[in-house]
Every structure is written in structure tokens, then in C-alpha cells.
Ligand binder design. Structure first.
Ligand code: MRU
Length: 369
């Protein structure tokens, strides 16, 4: 999508044809910095430290991490080592495992001298597929926005609430939850986004607001606790969130706080949709609450906040008393029964096993192998 009027992606190959460039998301919204990843270790560190984040982008970065590993050493031992290092970076987003499995199963049968070229080529394909998938998600989700537009009075805007950052920064381009919004906006539909700030790392306030603002999409940042109030007063037409993993039964794991939004939406009759690319579906898991590992992150994400001071310095300040213990669960699970529909590249599906298996039969077959 656009930054300063220019089209940009979240990850791309540098002019030398092998260095991987990625926007350093830890520096947004205050500084736009592009990081250069030159080794598998630097790709792993970028995922672990959240220089890159968001399930689809984590997958694409891991794929390029495998390519960087093969460039340094294309032996079987190096392949296994790179897989182990990258898979250990973050536990919840399933796109990481999906991308690494794709890379390993393609590379393993090849003679080592052929692996580097093949790895770069498959990583580039994974990135391009992500863009195409998200565009298709946008087209299916657009119909939901257009149906609401049609029921409104002329000039009234459609209000979408979103949580965390499931925008183009979380993917290679377009985003998942934001793809229908960007398409609607580009087509001149009146759409406005309520952006949950998304404590503790503030991916909504710092990333979603930044990218919507740069693309010119009207939006308002709200504290995380505000959504229920807005819904009670008819100020939210639909919720669209992204996800880090969807189970075979349609349970949705997403950034912590998503479940509370789904409960509020259910209580107020507001449709709660989840946008996802098919690599986010984990057909090996049924019960999201019991089976998905929930990442627990460092306490300092809760005890401190970082921002720009009036004189332009970036400072981190403590907001919790010294000595108070904190808990920092990164994700929660919204049961399928609270989900109005899953917006995928193959259409808007019911959140259940029958609909997911019918739409993605090849994934069922692969999970059974
Ligand atoms: O911890 P993060 O920032 O990597 O969180 C993942 C996410 O970006 C969100 O949960 C998002 O809604 C799903 S990924 C498109």
C-alpha cells in the first residue's frame, strides 16, 4: 500500500538480489527505518524481536531466512539447523510452521548446489502468493462492506472496528483485515475504522493508525476498552480482525483482547468477522482454547511505554510500580460460535469444520499425510 504516495511492501529483496529488506516495525510510527537481513540468524532475530511481526509476514520472513541459510551453507545439517532456529522464534502464529514446512519439503530432495536458487525462488513465491491471497480476501470482504453501505442513508459511512495490526504491515501487502477496507476506500466508499490501540505493544495505535493514515483511510484510535460502548450506541457496523491461527473447527486465535471484542459484538448483534489467508488454518488442531500455545511475552511490554517527547526524543517510561508482578499473554482464542464468518481467499465461510474442509480439501489431505 502507499507511504508518502509511493507503493511499498513490508518485505522485499534488495538490489543485490539476495539481501532481504524489511521495514523495522519497532521504530514505527516515529521513524521509518528499513533493516537489511543478511543471515538466517538476522532473520530469526527480526522475528523474535518483532522487527517484523504479524502471522503472514512472519511466514514470509522465515522463508527468506531459509534462503539466507542456504546461501551460507546448503548442506542437510544447515537446512535442519535453520529450520530449528526459525521455528523456535515465536510459538503462536502457524504461518511460521507452514512456510518453513513448505521450504524444507521442497529443498530436502534437491542436491545441495541447487538449493539456494530454489529457496529464493520459493520464498519469493510465498511472498507473491500472500499478496494475491490478501487481494482476494479484500474482494470477498468488500461485498460485506458494500451490503452495509447499501442499507445506509446516502453519505453515511460504514464503521469497521479492528484490533491489533492485521494490515499490510502484518502481511506482505494489503493486509488481511484491512484488505476489504483498502479496496472499499480506493473505490470511493465511505468507510471509517475504529482502531483499538492494542496494549501492551500498541500495534493498533502505532502500526494500524500509521498505515491507514498514510493510505488516507479515515480512522480513529480508541483505547482497548472502548469497543463495547461504541457497539451499544450503534457506532460499529462490523468488526473485522486478523488471526494468527484458526483451528479445523473454526476457533480463532488472535492478539490478546480479541475475545472480549467478540463477546461485546455478540451481545450487541454486531457481526464479528475474521480475515485470514489459508496458511493460517491449522487443520491439526481442533480446540483452540486448549490446544494452541499462547505466547507469553516479556514483562517490560506491560510495565513500560515508549513514545516521542515534545522535543522529539524517543523515551521509554515505567508505568507500573516497581515490584508489582505482571502477566503478558500475547494472544487469546475466540470460539467459533462467536464468529459470523471467516473471510478467506476462497470466499466468506462459516466458522466450522465442514465449511473449512470443503473450501480447502488439499490442506486436509496434506494434514493427513
Ligand atoms: O504479536 P504480533 O504483533 O505478531 O501479533 C500478531 C498480529 O499481528 C495480530 O494478532 C493480527 O491480528 C493477526 S496477524 C494478521
Amino acid at each position: 500500500m502507499k507511504v508518502e504516495g509511493k507503493h511499498i511492501r513490508s518485505i522485499w529483496l534488495g538490489p543485490d538480489g539476495w539481501t532481504v529488506s524489511a521495514i523495522d516495525q519497532r521504530r514505527l510510527p516515529h521513524d521509518f527505518v528499513v533493516a537489511q537481513l543478511t543471515t538466517c540468524e538476522s532473520a530469526a532475530d527480526a522475528i523474535r524481536s518483532m522487527l517484523v511481526r504479524g502471522a503472514p509476514l512472519i511466514g514470509a520472513t522465515a522463508a527468506y531466512g531459509m534462503a539466507l541459510a542456504m546461501r551460507a551453507d546448503s548442506s542437510n545439517a544447515a537446512l535442519d539447523h535453520a529450520y530449528k532456529m526459525l521455528i523456535a522464534t515465536r510459538p503462536t502464529a502457524i504461518n511460521l510452521r507452514w512456510a518453513l514446512d513448505q521450504m524444507r519439503s521442497m529443498l530436502r530432495p534437491l542436491p545441495p548446489p541447487e538449493r539456494t536458487v530454489a529457496a529464493y525462488s520459493r520464498a519469493a513465491e510465498i511472498a507473491e502468493e500472500d499478496i494475491a491471497i490478501n487481494r482476494a480476501i479484500g474482494q470477498h470482504g468488500l461485498k460485506l462492506i458494500e451490503a452495509i453501505t447499501a442499507a445506509k442513508k446516502p453519505g453515511e459511512r460504514v464503521n469497521v472496528l479492528t484490533h491489533c495490526n492485521a494490515g499490510w504491515l502484518a502481511t506482505v501487502d494489503w493486509g488481511t483485515a484491512t484488505a476489504p477496507i483498502y479496496l472499499a476506500h480506493d473505490l470511493g466508499r465511505a468507510v471509517h475504522v475504529w482502531v483499538d490501540e492494542t496494549r501492551p505493544r500498541n500495534q493498533g495505535a502505532s502500526l494500524t493508525a500509521w498505515e491507514l493514515g498514510h493510505h488516507g483511510v479515515p480512522h480513529t484510535v480508541i483505547p482497548d476498552n472502548t469497543g463495547g460502548h461504541l457497539m451499544q450506541h450503534g457506532l460499529v457496523d462490523l468488526v473485522i480482525v486478523g488471526t494468527d491461527r484458526v483451528t479445523a473447527n473454526g476457533d480463532v486465535c488472535n492478539k490478546i483482547g480479541t475475545y472480549l471484542k467478540a463477546l461485546a459484538a455478540h451481545d450487541n448483534g454486531v457481526p464479528f468477522y475474521v480475515a485470514l489467508p489459508s496458511p493460517t488454518i491449522d487443520f491439526s488442531v481442533d480446540d483452540g482454547v486448549r490446544e494452541i500455545p499462547i505466547e507469553q511475552r516479556a514483562a517490560d511490554e506491560v510495565t513500560t511505554m515508549t513514545g516521542r517527547t515534545a522535543d522529539g526524543r524517543i523515551e521509554t517510561v515505567r508505568i507500573v510500580p516497581e515490584g508489582s508482578p505482571v502477566a503478558n499473554y500475547g494472544f487469546d482464542v475466540t470460539p467459533a460460535r462467536l464468529v459470523a464468518g471467516l473471510i478467506t481467499e476462497r470466499g466468506v465461510l462459516r466458522a466450522d469444520r465442514a465449511a473449512l474442509s470443503a473450501a480447502f480439501p488439499e490442506r486436509i489431505a496434506a494434514a493427513a499425510e
